[in-house]
Ligand binder design. Structure first.
Ligand code: ZN
Ligand code: ZN
Length: 179
């Protein structure tokens, strides 16, 4: 996910490099568990300000269903459209002044390496759902016995609908009642 852009920066504005990306996703974030490589196309375009990155990327992330707590594979597809800025003048080798609010994630380092890692992390984080579901109609877990209702009904499901039986069940469930 790192590209040396020194040759591109020395060329004409508008010059473009086209790359096929297939790369393991490094440890980005404890919340992001990749199941497959990151694949896609990356265009690096020399602009007046630096390098514009246009990428179309996909991978598969392991998520935990917010209803039934089962882990499942979630395919992700996202775009990158970010301009990176050099920290070193490619001709003179002098350090370039950086604005105070310069975003570290989109800085080309002193070795002219453009690193997509942080932008990929941000892209993935924005794409992943806040409350993932393993399927649209996930039935979730029984609040009584914890059985996964996607695998079939549990025995307590109908009981709990009857308030008298639910009250009786609560009595029976009280631990160490007669001891
Ligand atoms: Zn689920
Ligand atoms: Zn149950």
């Amino acid at each position: 996910m790192r590209y040396n852009v020194s040759q591109l920066l020395k060329g004409h504005v508008g010059e473009t490099r086209h790359y096929q990306l297939q790369d393991a996703i490094p440890d980005l974030d404890p919340a992001i568990k990749p199941l497959t490589d990151l694949v896609g196309v990356v265009d690096l375009i020399h602009t007046n300000e630096g390098i514009l990155v246009r990428a179309n990327l996909r991978t598969t992330i392991e998520l935990t269903c917010s209803r039934c707590l089962t882990e499942f594979a979630y395919p992700v597809h996202f775009q990158v459209d970010e301009e990176f800025h050099p920290t070193i003048d490619i001709v003179t080798g002098a350090r370039l002044p950086q604005p105070e609010d310069a975003d570290q994630a989109t800085q080309i380092d002193i070795h002219h390496l453009l690193d997509l890692t942080e932008i990929v992390r941000q892209g993935l984080t924005l794409t992943l759902p806040m409350a993932p579901l393993c399927r649209n109609n996930c039935r979730g877990l029984c609040p009584n016995c914890g059985k996964n209702w996607n695998e079939g009904p549990c025995d307590c499901k109908t009981e709990s609908l009857d308030p008298r039986l639910a009250a009786l069940k609560n009595l029976l469930d009280e631990p160490d009642r007669d001891n």
